[in-house]
Design a protein around this ligand. Structure first.
Ligand code: FE
Ligand code: ZN
Ligand code: FE
Length: 198
């Protein structure tokens, strides 16, 4: 199997991967509790449908068919994403789990596109590589967004852990009769039940 055949296998793998993601990303968007995170999953879904179109364009430039391969790697990553969706956590911790799964997906795609772009260039197929460079940029930006949201949620979860500690001290004090009823003690607390998913 020569370089062109290996490149085509990689491209078909990516085509399968992106198509699987078109189905999986709405579930992540629906599950996300943070509005901005929800938004970025939805935006990346839109980009992903465009990425599928770019792959079709590349296949037609190469006069090849995009179908015939199932990406098992993406299937596994999406399977793990479902585990994150089914977690019983709430608030920041829940979203942090979703980001962990989604960031793995972006890393996987970045590796795939980086390899296939290098192969296309090696084969002198610069024109076919071009749209995939655009896709690679989108994947990198998606990963960066996830990483900055991850940092933000980690800080927020540390803050709510501190306020929960303060609350439980207050509760202990109430239980010991050292303080009056803790009025509105949870009012500033944004914890909420995880809504129905899927
Ligand atoms: Fe993608
Ligand atoms: Zn694969
Ligand atoms: Fe992506």
């Amino acid at each position: 199997m020569g370089l062109r055949e290996v490149m085509l296998e990689e491209l078909r793998d990516l085509y399968s991967a992106e198509n699987q993601l078109v189905k999986a990303l709405p579930k992540l968007a629906k599950a996300a509790q943070d509005e901005e995170l929800q938004q970025s999953f939805s935006e990346h879904l839109e980009e992903t449908t465009g990425q599928v179109e770019r792959l079709k364009e590349v296949f037609s430039l190469l006069e090849e068919k995009p179908t015939g391969k199932h990406c098992k790697g993406m299937e596994g990553l999406i399977e793990e994403g479902k585990e994150a969706i089914d977690e019983e956590e709430e608030g920041e911790a829940y979203d942090i789990g979703l980001i962990g799964a989604a960031a793995r997906v972006e890393h996987y795609e970045i590796a795939g596109y980086t390899a296939v772009i290098a192969m296309l260039k090696g084969l002198g197929l610069e024109e076919a590589a071009e749209p995939l460079v655009e896709t690679l940029n989108e994947e990198n930006e998606a990963l960066e967004k996830l990483e900055s949201k991850l940092q933000e949620l980690i800080v927020a979860s540390a803050e709510s852990a501190v306020s929960e500690d303060a609350e439980s001290e207050e509760a202990d004090a109430v239980a010991a009769g050292k303080a009056g009823p803790a009025k509105n003690s949870r009012s500033g607390n944004k914890r909420r039940e995880v809504s129905v998913r899927n």
